[in-house]
Design a protein around this ligand. Sequence first.
Ligand SMILES: [Zn+2]
Length: 391
Amino acid sequence: MEFETWWLLALPLFFGLGWVAARIDIKQLVSESRRLPSSYFRGLNFLLNEQPDKAIEAFIEVVKVEKETVELHFALGSLFRRRGELERAIRMHQNILDREDIAPEQRLMAVFELGQDYLKAGLLDRAEELFAKLGGTSYEQRGLKYLLEIYEQEKDWEKAIRTSRMMDAITGESSAKDIAHFYCELATGELTHQRYDAALAYVEDALAMNRKCTRANMILGDLHVARGDSDAAIEAWKRIESQNPAYLSLLADRLLAAHRKVGRESQGIALLRGYLEQYPSLDLLNVVFQAVLETAGTGDAQALLRDELRRNPTLIGLSRLIEVQLAEAPVERRHDLELTRNLIQQHSRGLSLYKCDTCGFRARQFYWHCPACHGWETYPPRRAEERDLAA
Ligand SMILES: [Zn+2]
C-alpha cells in the first residue's frame, strides 16, 4: 500500500524533470563542468577561506587530471618557491618544460622560473646553465641579473665583469662602480697569493673603471707595504683624501703603522690629527687618541677627547673619556665612574655599528659588499651614531 503511494508522489516529479531537461542542454552542462574539475572549485574555496595548504592539495589534483593548465602550473610553481618548497616548485616548472605543446614564450618563462628554483636551492651550476639559455631572448636582461648574482656568490669575478658589461650594453646604464669592485676582489686575491704584478694590474683596471674607487688605493697601499715600500704606501693612501676623505678613517691605523715603520711616528700622528680636524670621525678619533695616549700620556689624550666632544658630542666619545679617567681615578670615585661608563656603554651599543644605506643591515665590521642585500659600497665608513647626528 505504501509502495503505491510513493509512486503516485514521484510521478509528477519525473514529468517535471523531463520538462526542464527539454529546455536546458544537459549535455553541454555536463561537458562544461567536466572542463573545470570539482577539485578546482574546492581549491578556490580553500583559498577564499585562507587555507592555503588545502588549496594547494586541491590544485595539485587539478594539475594531475587536467594537463592543459599551464598557467596553474606556473602559479603553483612560484607559490611553492616562495614558501621554500623547492622540490615541488622544480617539479612544477620541469613538468611545463617537458611538454611539447607549449608556446615558445611559455617555454622561456619556464626556463627562467626553473633557474630561480635552482638558484634558491643553491644548485648554482644548474641555475647558471638555465639562465645562460636566455641569451638573445626577451628574458635576457632578467637572466643576466641572476647570472651576476650567481657569479658573485661563486666569487667568479671575471665572469661577473663580463656579465655586468653585457647588462650595461642592454640597459644603457653604467655598472662601472661595481666593476671596479670586481677588479678590487681580483687584486686582493692576487695580493694574498703574493702575485704583486698581477695585483697591481687589477688595481689599475679598477681605477680605470672608477677613478674615485678608494678601495683600489687602499689595496695599492697594502701592495706597497707587502713589497716593503712604506713610503709608496703612505703616498697611495694619502691620495684617498682627493677621492673621498670619509674613507681615510678606515685606514688610519695602517697609515700610522707605515709612518712608524719609517721612523716618522710624530709626522704620522700630525697627519691624522689634521684629517680629524677636517673630517671628524669616530674611527679616526680612536686611532689618534690611542697614538696620543701612548706618545704624550693621558693628559694630552684627555684634552684631545674633550676638544672632540665639544665639536661632536657623541656617547661613544664620552664613554672613551670616562674610560681614561677611570684608569687614573682615586678608589672612592671609581664606583661612580664605573656606573656612568656602564650606563653609557649600554646605550651606545648599537651606535657603534656600521649601517647599510640600502637595507639598513647593521654590522660591527665594515663591508664593501653588503651580506644582506648584496649591494656594493652601500656602507658609509661611519658609525651609526655619527650618521644619526649628521641626519
Ligand atoms: Zn644592505
